[in-house]
Design a protein. Structure first.
Length: 329
């Protein structure tokens, strides 16, 4: 096996990440070559510099630079959104039209009414040199993150009845946990001491006064998180994938799925309320679903998966207290 310089391998892997599309021009010296013009998707580049391809025709032959001829189309960028709380200081005008020196602190729920003005101000703040890469123009690390993150821009978005600051990042390939952490640190710095520091000093004219919006604040609760981290329901440990229950009003047999709101009618419904209650207990017992898990699933499907009632351990604690702190197997 020929030795490929580590620097060259790292360069190729950065330029041509997993998911790149490959078009074969010519395959040399193979008894059963892939037909010329075939398309495939890059899986990985090994330490010998061989390109391992999942060909569209189902085959899996690798390509060798210098022996095989092929063209590479890197994958289209994907959008990664990182969310951060928005806050602002509002300075009202008095009856004479002068701006009051005492401001009011507003959070994202109040700011939702001014989404258009804030979006316009964020766009207006962008500089000509940021046209191609946005905030990544100011990232000076010559590393894999610089190669993978093609652009990043601050914007705003409504989620859950409030306005959030968002860093929209266009990514080639996938970020490792270390790369994602580095990106968050860089964007946090831009929100606090870089780009965001200039932005929060620009007044935004709104009805009744001036608004100064902060992408970052010194509150310990401030953080920048992915969409999954920020908005995915926090599901307690120990919940089954599915359980059975019955509707209190009609006795209908239903299925509850972990992490989903509401319920699904069960195909096993008997039409008899008392039999459905027994059947729910039987089906849950077969699946190993405990009464505590069932109770937690019922609460989670109705009230949300991040409420205390959606954690089966809370019911186990109550059971231990009722039995004098002893748990029997």
């Amino acid at each position: 096996m020929r030795e490929v310089p580590r620097e060259w391998l790292e360069f190729m892997r950065e330029q041509y990440p997993k998911g790149s599309r490959i078009r074969l021009i010519e395959m040399a010296d193979d008894p059963q070559p892939i037909p010329e013009g075939s398309m495939g998707t890059l899986d990985y580049i090994d330490d010998a510099g061989h390109f391992h391809i999942n060909w569209d025709n189902g085959r899996g032959l690798a390509l060798v630079i210098g022996e095989d001829r092929f063209s590479i189309q890197p994958p289209e960028p994907t959008l990664l959104k990182l969310y951060m709380p928005l806050t602002a200081d509002f300075y009202p005008r008095n009856e004479w039209g002068d701006v009051d020196e005492t401001g009011e602190e507003w959070d994202g729920r109040t700011l939702l009414e001014y989404e258009n003005q804030i979006m316009g101000a964020l766009i207006k703040e962008r500089m000509p040199e940021e046209r191609e890469r946005g905030l990544m123009h100011w990232y000076h690390g010559q590393d894999s993150l610089n190669a993978k993150v093609r652009s990043a821009e601050f914007t705003a978005e409504e989620r859950g009845g409030q306005l959030w600051g968002v860093a929209e990042c266009r990514i080639i390939g996938e970020l490792s946990p270390e790369e994602l952490s580095t990106l968050k640190d860089f964007l946090s710095g831009q929100a606090s001491d870089g780009w965001g520091e200039g932005f929060e000093q620009r007044e935004i004219q709104v009805d009744g006064g001036e608004l100064y919006v902060h992408l970052w604040n010194a509150d310990d609760s401030w953080s920048i998180q992915t969409e999954q981290e920020r908005f995915a329901p926090k599901i307690a440990d120990g919940l089954p994938e599915l359980c059975f229950s019955t509707l209190m009003t009609t006795g209908q047999l239903i299925c509850i799925k972990r992490g989903e709101s509401g319920y699904y009618p069960s195909d096993w419904d008997t039409g008899d309320k008392e039999r459905n209650v027994e059947l729910a207990d039987e089906l849950n017992a077969r699946r190993g679903v405990t009464p505590a898990q069932r109770q937690a699933m019922e609460i989670g499907s109705m009230a949300g998966w991040d409420v205390p009632g959606a954690d089966p351990s809370n019911y186990e604690i109550q059971r231990e207290e009722q039995t004098g702190g002893m748990t029997f197997g």
